[in-house]
Design a protein around this ligand. Structure first.
Ligand code: UDP
Ligand code: MG
Length: 322
C-alpha cells in the first residue's frame, strides 16, 4: 500500500513465571536478530510472574538494545498480556510468540518475508504438535472446528496466537476494547490481507506449561461466547424440540395404553428422564448466565490491565547518541 513502511519488526512475548526459559530465550532472540536486522524491538510483557522473571530479564538484557519490559501489577492472563504488547509495540509490524520457543523463530523469519510481499497478517498453522498429549491435540482440533462453525468469523484452523500483524492491524486492534479479548479471533475478525505459513510446533524448550486444562476450557468458551450467540439460539431450538417430542411421546403412550389396556410400567425410566431434563435446564441456565457475566464485565468498563512499570535498559555510556 502507498507509502507504507515495511522495515522494522517488534516481537511481542508474554511471560508468566518463565525464569528458566529466559537465558535460552534471549540467546535465541539475539541469534535471530543477527540474521534479521529488521527486528529492532522486543516487547516482553511480564504477566505478574512471582518467580523473579522480571529481575532475571532485566539482568539478561541490561546491555542489549531494543528491549522493553512491561510489568503488570498482577497476573491478568495471556490474552491481555498479548493485547498490552500490541498496544506498546512500535514497529511497522509485530510478531506475537510464546516465551517457551514452541513457536520457532525461523518461522517468524518466513512471516517477515511474507509480510514484505504485502500481507497484513501472517499466521502460523500448526502442522503437528510435539510434546502435547493426544487428548490436548484432539480437543484443540475439535475446538477450532466448532469455533469456525459457530462464529461468523473466517478463522483459520489450527492456529494459535503465533502470528505477524502489520501496523495497520495493530492500529485497528487498538480500537477494540473487549474486556476478555480472544486475540486470534479478533485479528481474524479485523480482516485485511491474511495468509498462513505452516510449521511444526516444537515441544516446550524449558519450564512447564502455564495453561491448566481449566484455563484452556476458559479460553475456548471465551472464544465461542465472544464471537457467537449460537449457544443461546441452540438452547431455544433444543427446548422447542424437546417439548414437541414429549407431546408426541405422550400421545403415543396414551394411544398404546388404550390399545393394550395395561398400565405403563417403568417409574425408574421416568425418574431418569426427569433428571436428564433437569440437567439440561441447568446447563442452559449456565449458558445464559455466562453471556450475562460477559455483559456485566463489559458494563463495568474497568481498565483491562494495570501496568506497574515500563522498563528498558539504560543506554550504554560509551555509545554515541542516536
Ligand atoms: N502466559 C502468560 N500469562 C498466563 C499464562 C501464560 O503471559 O497467565 C504466557 C506464557 O509465559 C507463555 C505463553 O503465555 O509465553 C503461552 O503459555 P504456555 O506455553 O504455558 O501455554 P501452552 O503452550 O502450554 O498452551
Ligand atoms: Mg507453550
Amino acid at each position: 500500500m502507498s507509502g507504507e513502511q515495511r522495515a522494522s519488526v517488534s516481537l511481542i512475548i508474554p511471560l508468566y513465571n518463565e525464569v528458566d526459559m529466559m537465558p535460552g530465550l534471549v540467546r535465541a532472540i539475539e541469534a535471530f536478530r543477527s540474521e534479521r536486522p529488521e527486528v529492532d524491538e522486543i516487547v516482553f510483557v511480564d504477566d505478574g510472574s512471582t518467580d523473579g522473571t522480571a529481575r532475571k530479564t532485566q539482568r539478561l538484557v541490561s546491555d542489549l538494545p531494543g528491549y522493553v519490559l512491561i510489568q503488570f501489577s498482577r497476573n491478568f492472563g495471556h490474552q491481555l498480556a498479548v493485547t498490552a504488547g500490541m498496544h506498546f509495540a512500535s514497529g511497522d509490524a509485530a510478531i506475537i510468540l510464546d516465551a517457551d520457543l514452541q513457536d520457532p523463530l525461523p518461522v517468524a523469519g518466513e512471516m517477515i518475508d511474507t509480510w514484505q510481499q504485502g500481507y497484513d497478517v501472517v499466521y502460523g498453522v500448526r502442522r503437528q504438535r510435539d510434546g502435547v498429549s493426544w487428548l490436548q491435540r484432539a480437543t484443540a482440533r475439535v475446538f477450532y472446528r466448532v469455533f469456525r462453525r459457530m462464529s461468523e468469523v473466517d478463522a483459520p484452523l489450527d492456529t494459535g496466537d503465533f502470528r505477524l500483524v502489520s501496523r495497520a492491524v495493530l492500529d485497528a486492534y487498538r480500537e477494540l476494547d473487549e474486556q476478555q479479548p480472544y486475540v486470534r479471533g479478533l485479528i481474524s475478525w479485523l480482516g485485511f490481507n491474511q495468509t498462513g505459513v505452516e510449521y511444526d510446533r516444537e515441544p516446550r524448550a524449558g519450564g512447564s506449561s502455564k495453561y491448566a486444562w481449566r484455563d484452556r476450557m476458559r479460553l475456548a468458551l471465551d472464544g465461542i461466547a465472544s464471537f457467537s450467540g449460537r449457544p443461546l439460539r441452540l438452547a431455544v431450538r433444543i427446548g422447542l424440540g424437546v417439548s414437541v417430542l414429549s407431546m408426541v411421546g405422550l400421545l403415543w403412550v396414551l394411544v398404546a395404553r388404550l390399545a393394550t389396556d395395561s398400565t405403563v410400567p417403568g417409574w425408574a425410566s421416568i425418574l431418569f428422564v426427569g433428571f436428564f431434563f433437569g440437567g439440561l435446564q441447568i446447563f442452559f441456565l449456565g449458558v445464559v448466565g455466562s453471556y450475562l457475566a460477559r455483559v456485566y464485565e463489559e458494563v463495568k468498563g474497568r481498565p483491562r490491565y494495570i501496568v506497574r512499570e515500563v522498563w528498558s535498559p539504560p543506554p550504554a555510556e560509551e555509545s554515541s547518541q542516536d
